[in-house]
Design a protein around this ligand. Structure first.
Ligand SMILES: [Zn+2]
Length: 110
């Protein structure tokens, strides 16, 4: 299992029991959403995962997170052992229009 039960509980506490995308309570129906989608080489582990409603997860689909979302994620993860996957930080600083290449380069450089 890519996210352990212990990591799941910690994630839930850090998100205040709320969906990462809509901010509404998510409870036991939370799904794992990959900030950088798996389809594009996103890491299948806690440093790239947030809790979200199934519908919010599906709505996000395969888009990349916005700089605002990454900032919020980094703030939530500050001093957390769950961590932040480095390609997310590279993406936050990407030039507009160059997001996908920036992610690909950051993943290749790990
Ligand atoms: Zn939601």
């Amino acid at each position: 299992m890519p996210v352990s039960p212990d990591e799941y509980r910690l994630m839930d506490v850090q998100q205040g029991g709320r969906c990462f995308y809509c901010g509404e309570p998510v409870g036991a129906k939370a799904t794992f959403d990959h900030l950088i989608p798996l389809a594009y080489g996103g890491l299948d582990a806690a440093p790239n995962v947030v809790l979200a409603h199934r519908r919010c997860n599906q709505r996000k689909a395969d888009r990349l997170p916005t700089p605002e979302e990454i900032d919020r994620f980094v703030t939530e993860r500050r001093r957390s052992r769950l961590g932040v996957w480095p390609p997310l930080l590279a993406l936050r600083d990407a030039e507009p229009g160059d997001e996908w290449m920036t992610v690909a380069r950051a993943i290749a450089g790990l």
